[in-house]
Design a protein around this ligand. Structure first.
Ligand code: NAP
Length: 285
């Protein structure tokens, strides 16, 4: 990749960012599109956020925001998309004439993956969501916008789940919301859901599963948003006859959405997928 006097800057801020896969994915997209753009990782400390936002405004075309700053950057935005406002987090910033415009592409990435890869439409469906963290919030919100019928939010920390449930109830009056704690006996209603989603890191580094496999039934859809490996939860669900999807497509499509917001061009999704497979293969070796 050649840097010229005209190279346009994008990147990612967070702490840590060293392990982010986004630089390889986005740079592969710029390179294959023959664009003189570059994507760089920027490790930013808490106290550096105001300076980082000023630098982005002055020198960048756009930036991604990752943990733990997706909420902290909001006060620096000149404008926030309605979806990012509902989620309460920004993961993509576009610089428009020195104005910072905040978006959230996690939900769009998830929905696109669901529709493209699993051919699943959320409308009128019952959905069980395990987790109530940042990713779960963006997923619950996009599913609500897609008119799901019911959501069961299952989390270890009930307060966080209640908080997410309240936000859905407040903004989407027609959606039925149930809150459950992972620590209690879970009801049969979970196995009656059309889709079960794991939005926790359980199973990322070992063979733990987030809920008992007895809730998974043949023909159900099961998604695990972990992208580093095919989790035990997905492998077992597949064996039971469920239609499964890992977090790889969500990662790609949220990155593709950021690329499109910054460049106004369609993202080379297949190239980005290939770049991700390559990194994951190298990480395994
Ligand atoms: P987060 O905001 O820190 O939330 C973590 C969630 O997982 C919380 O609900 C937490 O429950 C739960 N959790 C953590 N450890 C647990 C355990 N041992 N047992 C049960 N529940 C546990 O993180 P996040 O940003 O939402 O990310 C969650 C996962 O999604 C990560 O694995 C991340 O890599 C993945 N992710 C994937 C994509 C993608 O594009 N594929 C995008 C974003 C995130 P408590 O509230 O009880 O702590």
């Amino acid at each position: 990749m050649e840097i010229t006097g005209k190279t346009k800057l994008t990147g990612i801020i967070g702490n840590p960012v060293e392990h982010s896969l986004s630089p390889a994915i986005q740079n592969s997209a710029f390179e294959s599109s023959k664009m003189d753009w570059i994507y760089v990782p920027l490790p930013v400390l808490d106290r550096q956020i105001p300076i980082a936002m000023q630098a982005v405004k002055s020198f960048f075309k756009g930036i991604n925001v990752t943990m733990p700053y997706k909420q902290d950057v909001i006060p620096f935005m000149d404008e926030v998309s309605s979806y990012a406002k509902l989620v309460g987090a920004v993961n993509t910033i576009k610089v428009e004439e020195e104005r910072l415009v905040g978006f959230n592409t996690d939900g769009r990435g998830f929905l696109h993956a669901l529709e493209q890869e699993l051919k699943f439409s959320a409308e009128d469906k019952k959905i069980a969501l395990i987790g109530a963290g940042g990713a779960a919030r963006s997923i619950a919100t996009i599913l609500a916008l897609s008119k799901m019928k019911k959501i069961i939010i299952i989390n270890r920390n009930s307060e966080k789940a209640e908080n997410l449930g309240e936000s859905i109830v407040k903004n989407f009056k027609d959606i039925d919301v149930d809150i459950l704690s992972l620590n209690e006996n879970l009801p049969k209603s979970i196995s009656e859901c059309d889709l079960i989603i794991n939005a926790t890191p359980v199973g990322m580094q070992n063979d733990e599963i987030p809920i008992d496999m007895s809730f998974v039934k043949k023909g159900q859809f099961v998604v695990d948003i972990i992208y580093q490996r095919e989790t035990e939860f997905l492998k077992k669900s597949k064996k039971l006859g469920a239609k499964t999807m890992s977090g790889k497509s969500m990662l790609i499509y949220q990155g593709a959405a950021s690329f499109e917001i910054w460049t106004q061009r369609s993202a080379p999704v297949e190239i980005m997928k290939k770049a991700l497979e390559e990194i994951l293969k190298n990480e395994k070796n």
